[in-house]
Ligand binder design. Sequence first.
Ligand SMILES: *Cc1c(COP(=O)(O)O)cnc(C)c1O
Length: 412
Amino acid sequence: MKKYWKKLSRIKLTERIDNALASTVNFENSHYLGYPVSHIDENVFNLGGADLDKAPLLKAYIANPNNIGCHTLGKSEEAFKGSQELEKEVIRVLAVDIFKAEENSYDGYIANGGTEANMQALWIYRNLYKKEYNATLDEMVILSSEDTHYSVHKGANLLSVDGVSIPVEFNSREIIKEELDRIVEEQKAKGKKYFMVISNLATTMFGSVDDPNLYAQILEKHEVEYKIHIDGAFGGFIYPIMNKESKINFQNPKISSFTIDAHKMLQAPYGTGVFLCRKNLIENVLTKEAQYVDGMDLTMSGSRSGANAIAVWMILFSYGYYGWFEKISTLLLRTEWFEDQLKELNIEYFRDPFMNIVTLKSKHVTKELAQSFGLVPDTHNGNNNWYKVIVMDHVEVDDLLKFVKELKKNID
Ligand SMILES: *Cc1c(COP(=O)(O)O)cnc(C)c1O
């Protein structure tokens, strides 16, 4: 049972969205003279004929609320209360029902994507180390596995903090403990004292899941300061739901924050990555100069789409927890079916049992086959070792079957 993640009827959903939009300032008859905001341009987007009563999301895009700022603490812009309230409900479902946070023990917002959410985490920890320890940039370092998403390297570059990749074992994609140990030792010898870890809750290429406790164990052994951020951009809406024993959540005191993308598995519109963290962290990135915004701006983005927040809210509450569980279960059944076929054909692959990604060793797949089925290689430079298949909503067993038949031909 989930406390907040319920299924709502169509009627209820529409009613809640209508109410939310009603409390968004109506530019038609309002006296808001000082805001650089409005509904979308009617001269360009001719929406006169659209039947909006059946399309609450479209209505939200037209009303164009701005969810600027972070709404889990302090004050927020009055003009957009409705869509901000729905965003808070999204954050609560994610924090409490999916990642097992205590009530009111978290902050978060809907970022532009996983890239921004990862950067937000690094930005918070960099500032925290500066503020609490007077740390300099060259005393800090970011650790992540070699399978980590490139957004972490982008973040390292922007924040001027060194990043180090930890090697993984070729077949299991697991972080090599001895290597991690050696690297931390080496970094310490170089003067690094403050560590930021990005631990994958499923890597983009393999769906492999890092063990955050391994990082904690090694960093504690070396007696350095550390913070662990979980990058659940890909796996956040699958893994913790399917793996009931998962320890990658807020109940684990070693973990401080999460990234979860709604525009991947949840099929929300682009611009819906979610950032979540424990209380008393996000204040480290307060921009004091953001004075024209009512409330505190604690986010990397400035203006951002309130309609996007409504879209995520709609998806979560259209399915409810059980509906979503069923949907993901179906994807995993298809993935298992595919895995069984590969086993039969003696094809080597990687798969985490709670994920919908299967990554095949490229020696089993010709370039032509990969191309015609739209498989993605681990590198585009031609020397790839792997190709991945992601079982999304549109990838059915019949599609997989065609691919398996072709694979078989190659083997015979
Ligand atoms: C997709 C992805 C990201 C980046 O997310 P965007 O939403 O594209 O910015 C980060 N980390 C992982 C693991 C991802 O799969």
